[in-house]
Ligand binder design. Structure first.
Ligand code: F0G
Length: 455
């Protein structure tokens, strides 16, 4: 049998709560049908996100004990800076408290009212920060392939180069402060781009003198897929691919909640002028430049985690479990995003619930229903996570997905099979699921704290 293998042993454990279905129904009602509002007391498998909830290694927790507490000039920071240089190939590092903090700093530094920001695809927090500074995001995935749920395209995260050229020709490079590429493109199902594509993006960026920025939050998985799927790199190590990717991007930022640790983030570059420009914003918003709002203990765990990202036995864990889950779900007839991506398994809620109108949030409804069916918490990645247009109408998401994240090295195979069983049951009983409506809707990033009710 083709089973993914845990290449680690479990030595610290946490008790879980598999509460009865009556409690689950009450809990999701109390949570206003928004899985963000649930308490882990009521959750068996927390598959909300891979952010801040990855398993720590023995070496990471050991390193946390030697942390050097100092407001300025901490040796913990020096160790992290060295790791960033070794693993990502960038010598200037600005620590920030998480990924969106990097986006705040970068957007404030580069984005002006009227700026155009081309990217393979947006992430929720990226879009929010760019809009906050008056910029406009233009998504340049290769359509329609990238949004086809069932696909054999190995690199759905690739940018459409002709569309990029056309956009630059239309607006002129002066209006485009940077081009952003997101590794393991989150919202379309953790889908990678290829190095060949990134080289093309860089060529176009250079031709027009535009900065290329990499969101490296999910870089490890993207590099793992390159090794598996891009023939040029089949014999390269994940560490070598990481370097090639970062070398192509003069400015790299990341959320360390996904990459390397459970807290923190960073911005790195080899360009002193960019570093100096961003440094002032880091001291304004994050803290001194040798801690950036992160505790020194977490800085130590980031350092070790960065090195571990180059270890294939570590970085393969989440993608191999996701691949198993997706393949098994497809065998049971459940429509899933394929090829399997990084970060999580993505279920096509739009395809499962055609009887629920799109305005009634198919993915949100499926997320609430899967919680009731199995005490499994997933995350809505569809129109609830979108925004309203200037007339107050929902901007319908391109695809309505429920994401079941696989935090790195957290769940066992039997838990994975339990999740499959519950998903299959819910799929067979999908007629039970109705739509949702907002009863309280925050103006920004509404999916976090919004309250919904059945229609
Ligand atoms: N960029 C990407 C690609 C991300 O996936 C995230 C976070 C961020 C930036 C923001 O980082 O949360 O540390 O501020 N993604 C998480 C998720 C929240 O669940 O997908 P952050």
């Amino acid at each position: 049998e083709d089973l993914p293998l845990e290449l680690h042993k479990v030595r610290v454990v946490q008790k879980l709560h598999l509460v009865p279905v009556e409690r689950r129904l009450a809990a999701i009602t109390e949570a206003s049908f928004n899985t963000y509002q649930l308490s882990t007391r009521d959750i068996y498998l927390d598959m909300l996100t891979d952010s801040g909830v990855n398993a720590m290694s023995d070496n990471q927790t050991a390193a946390m004990h030697r942390a050097d507490d100092a407001y300025a000039g901490s040796q913990s920071f020096t160790r992290l800076r060295d790791a960033v240089e070794e693993v990502l190939g960038k010598k200037y590092l600005l620590p920030v408290h998480q990924g969106r903090a990097a986006e705040n700093v970068i957007s404030r530094a580069f984005v002006k009212p009227g700026s155009i920001l081309p990217m393979n695809y947006h992430f929720t927090t990226t879009l929010a920060h760019i809009m906050e500074n008056g910029g406009k995001v233009v998504e340049l995935l290769h359509y329609p392939d990238a949004l086809q749920i069932s696909s054999t395209n190995p690199f759905k995260g690739n940018m459409d180069i002709a569309a990029l050229e056309a956009l630059i020709a239309r607006h002129g490079p002066a209006q485009i402060p940077f081009i952003r590429m997101e590794a393991s493109t989150n919202l379309i199902g953790g889908q990678p781009f290829s190095i060949a594509n990134l080289r093309e993006v860089r060529r176009v960026a250079d031709k027009h003198g535009i900065l290329l920025v990499l969101d490296a939050s999910l870089i490890g998985e993207n590099c793992y897929f390159i090794k598996k799927r891009e023939p040029e790199f089949k014999d390269a190590s994940v560490g070598e691919i990481l370097k090639v990717m970062c070398d192509l991007c003069p400015l790299v930022y990341f959320s360390a909640r996904k990459l390397s640790s459970s807290r923190g983030g960073g911005i790195c570059t080899n360009d002193k002028a960019i570093y100096d420009k961003l440094k002032n914003l880091v001291v304004l918003f994050e803290g001194f430049v040798t801690y950036g709002g992160i505790s020194v203990r977490e800085i130590e765990s980031m350092t070790v985690g960065l090195h571990e990202t180059t270890d294939e036995t570590v970085i393969s864990q989440s993608p191999s479990f996701i691949e198993y889950f997706v393949n098994e779900a497809v065998k049971r007839g459940v429509p899933m995003v394929t090829p399997p991506g990084g970060l999580g398994a993505h279920i096509d809620a739009g395809g499962i619930l055609p009887h629920v109108p799109r305005e009634e949030y198919q993915a949100g409804a499926f997320a609430a229903a899967l919680y009731i069916a199995g005490a499994i918490r997933g995350m809505e990645r569809g129109t609830v996570s979108s925004v309203r247009d200037e007339n107050g109408k929902d901007v319908l998401a391109d695809i309505e997905l429920l994401r079941l994240a696989f935090p790195r090295r957290v769940f066992t195979l039997s838990q994975t099979r339990y999740a499959l069983d519950r998903l299959h049951w819910l799929y067979l009983n999908r007629g039970l699921i109705g739509g949702l409506k907002f009863v309280e809707e925050p103006p920004v990033l509404r999916f976090f704290n919004g309250r919904l009710a059945p229609t």
